[in-house]
Design a protein around this ligand. Structure first.
Ligand code: DX5
Ligand code: ZN
Length: 215
């Protein structure tokens, strides 16, 4: 089943509660955290996540684009995340394992993400531990960028690893997703599609979510 995760980075933050209601037919809600260090942009953090948690029952898919994420994963978990995804490039191997285990102990799902320049081999040692892998299909930091089709082979590789090893791990894609690029990602083996500008820019957001899900 294809799942859709609208990214609130493209929402109007002055009316965030209403913006979330407008996409609540989706499967997850994607919450992008940027620190201005790991990526060249700053977005929102823990206090906003706590408010979002109170405003919706949606599954909160929190994407940490921050340096030293293991220092914060438990705090984001306790602030209301359901799934916490952080970048493999941002942590040591030891801290990565500790953070994943800690998330599981807190009853949360754990995911790891790779930037466009990072290969699938960076995820390999952790695959058995993960509930989700996130393949960035743009350079993380901004919404509204163009999809990088050269990321598709990474999705194919991950799908092969997951199926061969019989793992229960979702493959999420993030960046430049619209009905055209979503199709390519699904064909490559992705099952969770993050979309910011495509969904929030649509006149009928629920219809766009249904359309992306049924590709
Ligand atoms: C980018 C973020 C994305 C972003 C996607 O670094 O991780 O989640 O909101 O935006 P679109 O769908 O507009 O490319
Ligand atoms: Zn994201």
């Amino acid at each position: 089943m294809i799942k859709i995760s609208p990214s609130i980075l493209s929402a109007d933050f002055a009316k965030l509660g209403d913006e979330i209601k407008s996409v609540d037919s989706a499967d997850y809600l994607h919450f992008d955290v940027m620190d201005g260090v790991f990526v060249p942009n700053i977005s929102v953090g823990i206090p906003v996540l706590e408010s979002v948690r109170k405003a919706t029952d949606m599954i909160l898919d929190v994407h940490l684009m921050i340096a030293s994420p293991s220092k914060y994963t438990a705090r984001f978990a306790n602030a209301g995340s359901d799934i916490v995804v952080f970048h493999v490039e941002a942590e040591t191997a030891e801290a990565t394992r500790t953070a994943i285990n800690e998330l599981h102990e807190l009853g949360k799902k754990a995911g790891l993400s790779i930037k466009p320049a990072t290969g699938v081999q960076a995820l390999e040692p952790y695959m058995e531990l993960l509930d989700l892998v996130l393949v960035m299909t743009v350079e993380p930091g901004f919404g509204g960028q163009k999809f990088m089709s050269d990321m598709l082979p990474k999705i194919v590789q991950l799908r092969e690893i997951i199926d061969k090893r019989g793992l229960d791990c979702e493959i999420e894609v993030d960046g430049g997703i619209n009905s055209e690029t979503a199709k390519l990602c699904i064909e490559a083996g992705a099952n969770v599609l993050v979309a910011g500008s495509d969904i929030f820019g649509a006149a009928d957001r629920a219809a766009r979510i249904a359309e992306l899900r049924s590709l």
